[in-house]
Design a protein around this ligand. Structure first.
Ligand code: GLP
Length: 243
């Protein structure tokens, strides 16, 4: 597990974008696993800039997002499809047909999840998975639980996540109560993983997840068992680590 610690949000974003960019430059037809949330917005802005400046091309890249809310269509401004379009896909030379998110409006969610998992495999697996981390240690929408969920699956969100994400909705009652997420097994199969976190508010969970015991009550802790993980932090999020 490697830690990259930068000054401030901009430093973290640049550093994370450089890791992703180098994967694309090494293999222009790579498969990216992507995340939403406030944390990676700056990283996406750096990648957009790099693409506009001709340093990287998404022309042959395929993407799979981690998760999506249940019941929000892609046009909804809080859907993760909308987030990805507005923060990255609309501003780079990617072929939108190669961008994949779980369909939170599918009639049969279980079947959609199985097909999503298969599609990742058919694409050759994920070369690099980008992750943020929730305050309770969730990755994607894998909430603290008794066992690490293996594959893409529907999930009920915890009150902690609903409250945290309510800042983006006009009222907490509008936050969907359920979502669809890649499983911990899906994430662990990615060949490389980077986790981004910034700010004091993430310092405790960063310490618990990456220096504490590996337990399903802190889902991100499982990443300690992955052979190629880079944790990209600003100094505030890193402030409780003894490294
Ligand atoms: C959300 C997303 C996660 C994200 C996390 C942290 O619920 N499903 O993928 O990593 O919460 O979000 P933020 O980066 O806004 O702190």
């Amino acid at each position: 597990m490697e830690f990259l610690i930068s000054e401030g949000y901009d430093g973290m974003s640049r550093s994370a974008a450089d890791v992703v960019k180098s994967v694309i430059v090494d293999d222009p037809s790579c498969v990216l696993g992507l995340a939403t949330g406030s944390t990676p917005i700056g990283m996406y802005a750096c990648l957009v800039k790099d693409c506009k400046e001709g340093e990287v091309s998404f022309k042959d890249v395929t993407t799979f997002n981690l998760d999506e809310y249940v019941g929000l269509p892609g046009e909804h401004d809080q859907s993760y499809r909308y987030f990805m379009d507005t923060n990255l896909f609309d501003h780079v030379d990617i072929d939108k047909a190669r961008t994949n998110l779980p369909d939170g409006c599918a009639g049969n969610l279980e079947q959609m999840c199985a097909e999503y998992e298969q599609k990742i495999q058919d694409a050759g697996g994920i070369d690099i998975q980008v992750l943020g981390i929730g305050h309770n240690g969730h990755i994607g929408f894998n909430e603290p639980c008794d066992d690490f969920p293996v594959a893409t699956h529907p999930v009920d969100l915890t009150e902690s996540t609903i409250n945290a994400n309510s800042r983006l909705f006009s009222d907490v009652s509008e936050v969907p109560r359920s979502a669809v997420t890649m499983g911990i097994g899906t994430i662990m199969k990615a060949r490389k993983v980077i986790v981004l976190a910034n700010g004091d508010g993430k310092a405790d969970i960063v310490k618990a997840a990456f220096t504490g015991p590996v337990v399903p009550s802190v889902p991100a802790s499982v990443l300690q068992l992955h052979p190629d993980v880079t944790i990209v932090l600003d100094s505030a999020a890193a402030s409780k680590l003894d490294i």
